[in-house]
Design a protein. Sequence first.
Length: 252
Amino acid sequence: MRESSVARQDSVDDEKETGRIEAFSDGVFAVAITLLVLNIHITDIDQSKLLTDQNLLGSISGQLPNFSAFVISFFTIGIMWINHHKIFKQIKRTDTGLLLLNILLLLIIVFIPVPTALLADYLFNSQSHYAAILYSGTFFMMAVCFNILWRYAAYNGRLLGKNYDVKAVKAIDGQYLFGPLLYIVAIILAFINTPISALFQFLLALYFAFPGRVPRAQTAQVEPVEAREPVEAREDEDESQKEPAPQEEQKS
């Protein structure tokens, strides 16, 4: 009973260290994802001269690039928020380095509405590629920041919880390993075809929405040390019970 209460107290103490980081980060993600909708502008309607259905439909269809860029960025930021939540389920302690790396990541996140608005203007312009390159480059930098943040915290488990999920950590390591490389592919596609590059980044966002898998070669190593200790203790206890008790010498 005492051990369970101590374990609960340790868990509460761990959560307190990252609570403010997560709350602040959630606010920045919320602001960035809200700013995206400001890029969509339907033609102003004068009450004295309303548009006909055909003209209104044309005005809405003219916003198709804005809608497309909005959807891609909205899902990307939303899924990055999911990943941020996922890694901070494992990260329980903080230091100055982690705080600075998290701020750097949030800097990239809150900047995303800018290249999104630029991409909307040139999404279907086959002669222009720089908007797509800036857009892809922004997400590349975001992937790099995510990798640095996670690997800084997970190195030798220094900022992870005392009883962290080893299997989940291995899965995150494997999924994040190729993130920056995949976004480099998106940058290369931006030099060739802007819509295909944007579509590829949308598919990348969906990829990161699903949990990663632990490599088969490492599945045999994911059992936490803490889970094995009670078994070893029980084996030692059983062996001690099997030892014959010393017999008292009979008096002659």
